[in-house]
Design a protein around this ligand. Structure first.
Ligand code: XMP
Length: 320
């Protein structure tokens, strides 16, 4: 860790020098890369940094609270932090939309609109900070939150809706594990630093068919239980990515004397290094059955739990 220690120290010093008394704007997704990027800048320039975090209503359970606890008021950094509650906007735009690409497009466009409005309120800045990491530089198009920032926020390569002079990318030379290590050096909590990848369109692409606030709540609850159970495994046995997705299928079940007709949730667990191909992670049966039992008992409107045994290819990691 001495290497990352000195990397953090050196980068903070370089950022101070380069930015001087300039203003910096950072779009914070809550993912590892943008969080470490923001923390690095926070350490270097404090209140000269403004972070904008958008809650599109498609985040995982408690995610917004976790991000706000770290970067918001009373958190560990002295910065300007803006949390935009845009849930209703996204839900109304998504209402009735079932096509996967349609959903992605709507979310990407709405994200830009929300961010643009916030950027206008902030006014001109000197720098726009991005959490681009080395793998993004050599091969854009890989998964990860920084890839999202690119496909969603960058219009023609650079976000032309923000009034800024230069881009600052403090993580450009780092691999993912080095980014995580830097995050730890900067004092970010483990739940943020060790996070698995989460797509920009969020839970919308883990809900097959149309997105409603009710379905989001169902998948959030099921996913939280599943992750909690998997996280009981030692780190070395945990999959690269694991989550719950709401299928569009309802089936018959029984509860007490009542017949139910409710949703089936799918659990996914994959092991991969590059996210271009992926193997199915053979979780211990007890982990799966405990998660399944808890989900049907604790989450309303789920009466069936399925496990996805498909590799990538032919399936993708996400469901849409
Ligand atoms: P797929 O589903 O294509 O996903 O096998 C590969 C990896 O990329 C992530 N992913 C995304 N990440 N924005 C992102 O930042 C997106 O739109 C997006 N779609 C998929 C996915 O979670 C997996 O890690």
């Amino acid at each position: 860790t001495w290497k990352m220690d000195s990397f953090v120290e050196q980068t903070v010093a370089e950022l101070k020098e380069r930015i001087g008394d300039g203003k910096v704007l950072c779009a914070l997704s809550g993912g590892v890369d943008s969080s470490v990027c923001a923390a690095m800048l926070a350490k270097a320039i404090g209140k000269q940094l403004t972070c904008v975090f958008v809650d599109h209503g498609l985040l995982r359970k408690n995610e917004r609270e976790e991000v706000c606890a770290v970067f918001g008021e009373g958190g560990q950094f002295d910065i300007n932090f803006i949390c935009v509650d845009a849930r209703e906007r996204f839900y109304s735009k998504l209402a009735g939309v079932t096509a996967p690409e349609g959903k992605r497009k709507i979310i990407g466009e709405e994200f830009i609109r929300v961010f643009e409005e916030e950027a206008k309120k902030i006014g001109a800045v000197d720098y726009l900070a991005q959490g681009t990491i080395y793998p993004d530089v050599v091969e854009s198009g890989l998964g990860g939150e920084s890839a999202t920032i690119k496909s969603h926020h960058n219009v023609g390569g650079l976000p032309d809706f923000v009034d800024f002079k230069e881009i600052v990318e403090p993580l450009r030379d780092l691999f993912k594990d080095e980014v995580r290590q830097s995050g730890r050096e900067l004092g970010l909590p483990e739940n943020l630093v060790a996070r698995q990848p989460f797509p920009g369109p969020g839970l919308a692409i883990r809900i097959i068919g149309d997105v409603t606030p009710e379905k989001v709540a169902i998948v959030q609850d099921a996913d939280a239980i599943y992750r909690e159970e998997v996280d009981k495994l030692p780190m070395s046995e945990r999959p690269s990515q694991y989550f719950a997705a709401l299928t569009n299928m309802r089936s018959v079940g029984v509860m007490g004397d009542e017949r139910t007709y409710d949703y089936a949730i799918a659990l996914r667990a994959v092991t991969t290094t590059d996210f271009m191909t992926a193997e199915v992670t053979m979780l211990p049966p007890a982990t799966i059955t405990t998660a399944a039992n808890r989900i049907v008992n604790e989450v309303k409107h789920i009466n069936r739990v399925l496990f996805d045994y498909t590799t990538k290819p032919p399936a993708t990691i996400e469901f849409e």
